[in-house]
Design a protein around this ligand. Structure first.
Ligand code: 5GP
Length: 187
């Protein structure tokens, strides 16, 4: 059993379009000592997404096989696609004493906390639902159906933001990165 070390695992969560991915990638550029847990997904890559950096893109059957082989730490079905954390990589990074940042939706945060109760969870809050809708639509990467599902899920997730240890409102990117950095390194 893996030793559960204090605040080594950081789960950044928040609604789709909250800007959490942008925030985390900028943070990782500034602090190379942080490790990023690259998730596996059955979603098709968006323009500009890189295999192994943004996600590992797999088929549904490959994903299901990984679940059966217990290679996935936590997983969910979100907007008709599967997303999960490869178990080995995260466990090895933690064993090496690294701070590991994961990005998940709310259920992934809850599941990770069950496995590692000392996980630090941070909710990235969009300034408003209007801004969120604009951001998701501007991305032009999701179908109308997917946008609808993402907005419905977002409304629910926002209600549960208080479950996280910290909340950051992402109305200004620089300020939000500073807050994220302070929370992660002060813990
Ligand atoms: P997107 O399709 O926008 O990249 O991701 C959809 C949602 O799935 C986002 O909220 C994202 O944070 C979440 N997600 C990405 N990877 C994982 C994962 O490994 N586990 C869980 N539970 N959610 C994830």
């Amino acid at each position: 059993m893996l030793e559960k070390k204090l605040k080594q695992l950081i789960v950044v969560t928040g609604t789709s379009g909250s800007g959490k991915t942008t925030l985390v990638h900028l943070l990782l550029e500034r602090y190379p000592e942080l490790e990023f847990s690259v998730s596996v997904t059955t979603r098709k890559p968006r323009i500009g997404e890189i295999e192994g950096k943004d996600y590992y893109f797999v088929s549904q059957s490959e994903f299901k096989e990984m679940i059966i082989k217990e290679q996935i730490l936590q997983w969910v079905k979100f907007a008709d696609n599967y997303y999960g954390t490869p178990r080995n990589t995260v466990e090895n990074q933690i064993k090496q004493g690294k701070k590991v940042v994961m990005i998940t939706e709310m259920e992934g945060m809850r599941k990770t906390k069950q496995i590692f109760p000392d996980t630090l969870s941070i909710f990235i809050m969009p300034p408003s639902l209007e801004v969120l809708k604009e951001r998701i639509q501007r991305r032009k990467q999701d179908s109308c159906e997917s946008i609808k599902k993402r907005l419905e899920t977002a409304k629910i997730e926002i209600q549960f933001a208080n479950e996280c240890d910290k909340i950051i409102i992402n109305d200004n990117l620089d300020k939000a990165i500073d807050n994220l950095q302070k929370i992660i390194f002060d813990e």
